[in-house]
Design a protein around this ligand. Sequence first.
Ligand code: HEM
Length: 413
Amino acid sequence: MSVSSLPNEAIADPRTFTDPAALHALLSRIRQTDPLPYIEADDYAPFWLVSRHMDIMEVERNAKQFINAPRQAMLPLSYERQARAAAGGKDTSDIMRNLILMDGAEHKAYREITQAYFTPKGLQAVKDTIDDLAREFISRMDQKEGEIDFAEVAMAFPLRVVMSMLTVPPEDEPMMLRLTQQTLSSQDPEFQTEGGARRAMLEMYDYFQRLIAELRANPNDSLASVISNARINGELLPDRDVFGYFNIAATAGHDTTSYALTSGTLAFLENPDQLAKLRADPTLMPLAVEEVLRWTTPVKHFCRTAVSDCVVAGKQIKAGDHLLLSFPSGSFDEAIYEDPFAFRIDRRPNRHLAFGTGPHVCLGQYLARIELSSFFSELLAKVEHLELAGTPRIVEGSFVGGVKHLPVRYRLR
Ligand code: HEM
């Protein structure tokens, strides 16, 4: 690992994330010199950068002291202003509120609505469908030998999985893909639109309102119906909260998994010995999935806000201060991992922070694991040879990201 010449503030710059080696050199230096620096970057609200695995765990587990409201992510202030201006001075809080922005008892009550659905036991009901979908999407590589942007395969599969749970028909998926990218990856020039993220959000709101009304009239056993018909204290959820649930499942549920698949595939291409090892012993798949998750850590950060003065890693934090939890930093912490910059599919233990931890730990973690395992198993079964056929392109964004274009040459069995 080379010594980084990037200043600490580069952690706020979306472009830093297009170069994983530079990003990790920067985070490594921060962990080893000053692991909780105060970052005052141009155009950003100041924040403490929590870089060590142990400190991220401490902050996340102490959810009474470090709350999720009012700031979930650290985006440029000018971007937030532009988004508001494009939306006539409004943010999205009037139409959308989700689990990430809730705390305490309210968060617990909302999370419980779908908790059973997302447990390993609950997900057994959809495992076969996921395997079938993995087969269907891998078969998009339909020539004996050919070239393809592998992102087209890897992005479409998790989208279909989550959309089938939300009962969105396949013909509406291209629109959903566009809307989720415009809301979640809206820092990347490729996904920016005139009306900003709010315009995309409103379009999605209208779409789901129609669906919610249908499911209230005719309930079924889908995830979408569970959410639409959920009650807290006997009352159906308010519109913005039902939409918040749909929105977070639609966005958090597919971009993240897609980037784990594309960036994970790139990791296999760059480490052919690891791919060969997995081919030789497919029982390593569960461990390989964990290593892919660690290596790709598609969610780059979430924020917390301190409710009162306190000390973290020897630093005096004031009430109202923001803390940025750097998940890629935690997942590569030298204090936790032996040789963290080696991609090793049999790494054990592997306590990565790709899904966060504490009360907000990723609700879809077991679903994501099933998807990764199904997809890579099918890839190994069908594809005999895979190699890069061009330069991979990585999302410009400091929130959620990974490889967005992956040109590959393949040969089927
Ligand atoms: C590789 C794929 C995924 C990654 C890397 C990922 C990562 C994360 C992370 C880091 C968090 C925040 C955890 C924290 O604050 O400690 C989170 C929360 C969440 N994720 Fe995922 N996620 C993935 C897939 C999914 C899927 C498939 C779904 C559902 C369909 C999902 C739904 C959620 C929800 C609802 C939350 C909010 C939980 C809460 O605030 O209580 N995620 N995820």
